[in-house]
Design a protein around this ligand. Sequence first.
Ligand code: GDP
Ligand code: IMO
Ligand code: MG
Length: 423
Amino acid sequence: MSVDLLLGLQWGDEGKGKIVDVLTPKYDIIARFQGGPNAGHTLEFEGVKHVLHTIPSGIFRPNVINVIGNGVVIDPIILQKEIEALDPFGIDIKQRLLISRKAHIILPTHRLLDQASELSKGKAKIGSTLKGIGPCYMDKTGRNGLRIGDLEHPNFPELYRELTDKHLSMIGFFKVSLEYDLKKLEEEFFAAIESLKQLTFIDSEDYFYHAQKEGKKILAEGAQGSMLDIDFGTYPFVTSSNTTASGACTGLGIAPNQIKNVMGIFKAYTTRVGSGSFPTELFDETGEKIAQIGREVGATTGRKRRCGWLDLVALRYAIRLSGVTQLMMMKADVLSGFDTLKVCTAYLYRGETIEHFPYATETEEITPIYTELKGWSSDLSAIKSTHDLPKELLDYIRFIEKEVEVPITLVSVGADRTQTILF
Ligand code: GDP
Ligand code: IMO
Ligand code: MG
């Protein structure tokens, strides 16, 4: 078995980018398997912060191949910008970044459809990143989509026209006023397509088959989080792909029995961007304090993230869905300075105490039941060893491990690559 997974267990932004970067030296290949430029994965090292949307987070490490798998949806314009941002680092993109021919392409009209759909929903909007993710996956499952492999055929412009015309008539159905300059959008799109064509396209399932046969070590990098999974998340306030472990099999063409470690990553508290239920959300100054210390602002949209206490009901649910074998706790440093920390261990749901994540998750249906733990006051950001961690943090960790029955093997105490403590 040569494939490990790293998955976000909450509502995204757990710190996946940082940890993939930290773990990359142990792997030969890093692969994204779902989502698209709705993701914003932050890496920090040598005083510089990088945000990746489509490119896997192993790209800065030498001798590692990064693959954008078939399950990903690619916006050529955003990908081009990401590649341009890497220019100063002298990375041989053609050799180090491989793209599946079966990955779907986000067209400018997918973004317009996303906007039209959200506008038409009014207050009930999903809070989408408006990157065209939902409409692109709809075309994929509706069997209308355009894929990277189509760029190798001379009739791509006709295929593009046909689908775009269809989208334009669909936009009309939403009955919303949307202003756009299609000509400009298309110029930008086709310029990006020309750059994209210079990159390396592969039959990634075949590539992975041979890589595994040669004993190469593969790390699959999840995007979003388990609670945004299209099947198991807080539907309809979710994204349009499977963010849980199964998504790695379909999004890369890797068989389930090839998967070894499933690393689940969570923040020491909880955040969420966009609409949808969030049982432990805080609307008071404690929530505000977490947001401020944690700098909880979206890496893709710049929106403020909603903040709340750690929710072990949701975490347990996510762990079970993906068979998580080890946990990584992020942003422990943000919780320094709180006298008391609350952890939700069960829900009061329709008059009953439950420990599983229920079907109807509207926040008014759920009252979180909390256990209070003692906080710590020391600054964690310079700590390098478990021995120097405050007792209260170790108690917090042990409490979580006992509740969810999976060991925590890494604690992160700052955004930088080096601020990582292994257990
Ligand atoms: P991702 O989408 O899961 O990769 O996470 P994001 O990059 O969207 O959001 C995580 C944010 O937290 C980024 O700004 C990171 O630089 C930052 N971060 C990651 N780990 C830590 C940590 O342990 N402590 C602090 N304070 N910040 C962290
Ligand atoms: P990373 O990989 C946090 C959220 C959006 C919205 C919902 C649907 O950085 O953790 P979409 O654009 O997919 O139609 O949005 O999902 N969302 C994320 N939230 N982190 C992400 O990615 C997200 N990608 C999508 O805010 O609520
Ligand atoms: Mg993010």
